[in-house]
Ligand binder design. Sequence first.
Ligand SMILES: Cc1ncc(COP(=O)(O)O)c(C=O)c1O
Length: 398
Amino acid sequence: MLTCQRNLFDIPADVTYLNSAYMGPMPISVQQASQAALQLRVQPWNLQPNDFFSPGEQARSKIGQLINASTEQICFVPNVSNPMGLLERHLAKAWANGSQPRNKRKIVVLNEQFPSNVFPWHNLRSLGFEIQTVCAPAVDSAFNGNAANERVKLWNQALLNAIDADTALVGIEPAHWTDGTAFDLEKIAQKCHANAAYLAIDGTQTIGVEAIDLQVLKPTVYVAHPYKSMLCNYGLAFAYLDAVLMDSQPLEEHWLMRHNARDFTRLTDYQSEYAEGARRFDSSNRANPAMILMLIASLELFEQWQPLRVAQYLHSISSEFCETMKQAGYAIADPNLRCANIIGLRPPAGTDSQSIAEKLRAHKIYVSIRSGSIRISPHMYNDANDFKKLSDQLLSIT
Ligand SMILES: Cc1ncc(COP(=O)(O)O)c(C=O)c1O
């Protein structure tokens, strides 16, 4: 099993950072990669045209291994809503040219899902598509004992029930960003495929922590922005696109994403052919040495750690904490029903969560409040002692 990796981070000894779902602290190796890249930029005579392409290919190959997908189907995007926008445009076009069956106009999303995987679908409502929001069952009054587990199971069931022959698209997160509720992606994918519905997955909160196999899930879009669970920077995310989107027109007509763009002497030959595979959709941030070299450094860390081992470590350091808090009247789902890096703690009725977070902050313990739950998001720099500090404070506050 992995051990605590705090020595790879620059985190002061008195800080208990349990908030990677807000923003992951950058490991020293990622910071160093950005410094090396800036040095390249300071002396650009050392930058070759190849540097606009090769690091991107190196990162693409590592991403392919991480999510088990072909490099030909991976592109770099600036944020989560970008590849969702591509699918939105595809659906709008299919609707306009009549290839989208008229009954297939239901779009299924989760209640309080992150907006980047909701706003693009809102745009489709003017065409006749309808959004069905699947809510968590109301079990708040009995939020103790098994109620937290029941909530996850019932929510999953409600989601599966919502997917039927009229469904055009399901937009989903592997685990809810507010409290870590895990959704059974395999069952959801099966139901989508059985009903010929598109599947758009936003893996931003779980990439690198929960193993994901796109050969099994075969989604239409999978996208992850690596500045949270992958401890990297904001602005260079990556996406997998299904073959159905591969011939689409990119959202931007960037000069680097054309066939043979490597030859900088012939850029004004205005090549009409796009770059191969999903590369036509690449964001120009891919050619920013700082962004891409940081991403490679982060991918290298997760290659060493491996998602399954990260998840195992995070469950191991939080298990005693979860038991203690359950006994104190907090509702927490079992480990197999939530992701390893987000623990949504629902305080007993009448507790003011926001004031709890502020009191914790005064002790340099950092968590977030999201939709009524205290969201605790550990990572490889945390250990069981951090959770002990948190439970001591929580028990003394409430
Ligand atoms: C689940 C999830 N997806 C995406 C994002 C960020 O979205 P974007 O990449 O569109 O900025 C967040 C940020 O909190 C998030 O929690």
